[in-house]
Structure formats: structure tokens, C-alpha cells
Design a binder for this molecule. Structure first.
Ligand code: PLP
Length: 306
């Protein structure tokens, strides 16, 4: 993996040199994980410009994640959006991944973060297919994790909270060390929830099904793919999925800002469908990339040019 290194990072209101974007070891979030982040992608559009995908929705979710965690954002959503655009420009990026993060700085060291400041950083870097180009075309191999998704009243599922990703990383490492690409996580009742940082869909007889919102993070990519599928006349339902339903589905794929639309070709050593990217996943991938390339006037509202 290439080293991530750009020119500038936005930190607490201003652009600083990449190497100067440092924090103290007493940063509260480093110890206890109360911080929130987003992942946003920018794409080159076919007319030679560049656009962020659903910027407003991501910035809104960042603020909601902060609210869930009783963190008061020191910047408005408009200020964050402007800062994201400035960060991309300062790094001369035409496409890539943007990572805004809000975290608790130094101050109290106990679990009660009295007046520790809420600090914000925005980092941007080039990032290709999260699960590999080959995974996008052939599909990836997944295993159902031995780790459950957090109970909804343990992890509050609607925020992208730093500390919650310990659970995702336990599952991701287990999967990769066992020779798989990704983990499918079940909720505490044993129903399919989502992957470590992606939502999951199955396809049967042309109908799409994805788990309901309670135990999952309602992804912006999930929402986009649902809208596109509905617009294409497909049936889309949010309903429970059991582990074995994944084994016998025609197709399974996952969605996320990082993973975009990635097919799953095998789960727990059972071949899914034909064992390759299925026609619906292929069609939705194509639609997704056409949208982010600026070729679909109907979804132009999802793009913020920069
Ligand atoms: C970020 C994330 C997703 C995908 O959300 P997008 O808005 O599509 O990027 C799904 N599940 C989890 C746990 C996530 O953290």
C-alpha cells in the first residue's frame, strides 16, 4: 500500500503543512474513542471537472454523529463543506477520498470529558477501489464473523463513532487472517446486519433485499443504490436476512463510500450464485459510476463540483 502523503491538512480552522498536523498523546479520543468521522469520495467527471458525491448528506451525518456523542461541533455544516473543498484544492486532488474527523482534545483525562475542546481535521488523499479492482469485477470472498455487531443500545448505530470500529476491526482482521476479503456481521439476534464498513444487499429473482435500519449504519451509498434500483423499476425491500439466505441468494453485494458497489462471490466457502459478479450488481455498479462521472442528469443533485 502506498504511503498516504499530501501537502496540506485542514486542522481546527486552517490549512497546515501535512507534517505539522499533529496531536498530543493526551488527546482524549486517542484513549477512549469518542470521536466521529466521515468518508466522502470525489470523482473526476467526464466533462473534465471533479465532483464530490453527496457532500451535503455526509456533512449532515458528521454533525449527527457528533450530536449522538454529545460533541458540540465548533463549525457549521457550511463551514465544514467549504473546508473540504479547500482541502481538496490545496492538495491539487482531482479525485480521491476525504476524511473529516472531529475529536476530543486535551484536558480532563478521566472518562468524563469536561471541557476538552472538540477539534476537527480534514484529510484528503487518492484512494482506489477499497476491496481491489479485481474484487469489483470478480467479486470478493467473505466470511460470517464470529464477532456480533454491537447491540443497538451499546453501540448507537447511527453515528460513525471512532471507538465503535474496534468491533469492525476485530471482524475484519479475523476475516483477512482467515484468508477472506471481508466479514459479514450478524446482529445480537443472529440476523445479517452489515459488513465492517459497508451495507449488504442480496438479490433473488431480480428483487433486492437489504436489512432494515435498526442495527445498521444507514449508508449514503445504500440509500443511493436503493433509489437507483427503484428508478430502474426493480423491487427493493428492507427486511430481515438470515445467514443461510446469503448462501442461496442469486447475488450478494455490498455498498459503501470506500467500497462503492462490490459483489460478493463466496461466503463461508459457499459459492454465491454463479460465483462471479451477477448481472444486477454489474448493472448497479455501472449506474453508480455513470452518476459519479456526471453522466446522469437525474442524479446531478448528488454532485458538488470542485
Ligand atoms: C460508513 C459505513 C457504511 C457505509 O456508509 P456510506 O454512507 O455508504 O459510506 C456502512 N456501515 C458502516 C458500519 C459504516 O461505518
Amino acid at each position: 500500500m502506498p504511503e498516504i502523503r499530501g501537502e496540506k491538512i485542514w486542522l481546527d480552522g486552517k490549512l497546515v503543512d501535512w507534517d505539522d498536523a499533529r496531536v498530543h498523546v493526551l488527546t482524549h479520543t486517542l484513549h477512549y474513542g469518542v470521536g466521529v468521522f466521515e468518508g466522502i469520495r470525489g470523482y473526476k467527471t467526464d466533462d473534465g471537472r471533479s465532483a464530490l458525491f453527496r457532500l451535503g448528506d455526509h456533512v449532515q451525518r458528521l454533525e449527527q454523529s457528533a450530536k449522538i456523542n454529545l460533541m458540540e461541533m465548533p463549525y457549521t455544516q457550511n463551514e465544514i463543506s467549504t473546508a473540504i473543498l479547500e482541502t481538496l484544492k490545496a492538495n491539487h486532488l482531482e479525485e480521491g477520498y476525504v476524511r473529516p474527523i472531529a475529536f476530543l482534545g486535551e484536558g480532563a483525562m478521566g472518562l468524563y470529558p469536561a471541557d476538552n475542546p472538540v477539534r476537527v481535521a480534514i484529510i484528503a488523499w487518492p484512494w482506489g477501489a477499497y476491496l481491489g479492482e479485481e474484487g469489483m469485477e470478480r467479486g470478493i470472498r467473505a466470511k460470517v464473523s464470529t464477532f456480533s455487531r454491537h447491540h443497538v443500545n451499546a453501540k448507537l448505530t447511527k453515528g460513525k463513532t471512532c471507538g465503535d470500529y474496534v468491533n469492525s476491526i476485530l471482524a475484519k482482521r479475523e476475516a483477512v487472517l482467515d484468508g477472506y476479503d471481508e466479514a459479514v456481521m450478524l446482529d445480537t439476534q443472529g440476523l445479517v446486519s452489515e459488513c465492517t464498513g459497508e451495507n449488504i444487499f442480496l438479490v433473488n429473482d431480480g428483487q433486492l433485499r437489504t436489512p432494515q435500519l435498526p442495527t445498521i449504519l444507514g449508508g449514503i451509498t445504500r440509500n443511493s443504490i436503493m433509489q437507483v434500483a427503484l428508478d430502474k423499476g426493480m423491487e427493493v425491500v428492507e427486511a430481515p436476512i438470515t445467514r443461510d439466505e446469503l448462501y442461496i441468494a442469486d447475488e450478494v453485494f455490498l455498498t459503501g463510500t470506500a467500497a462503492e458497489v462490490t459483489p460478493i462471490r463466496e461466503i463461508d466457502r459457499r459459492t454465491v450464485g454463479s460465483g462471479a459478479r451477477g448481472p444486477i450488481a454489474k448493472l448497479l455498479q455501472k449506474a453508480f459510476f455513470s452518476i459519479v462521472s456526471g453522466n446522469e442528469p437525474k442524479y446531478e443533485r448528488w454532485l458538488t463540483y470542485f
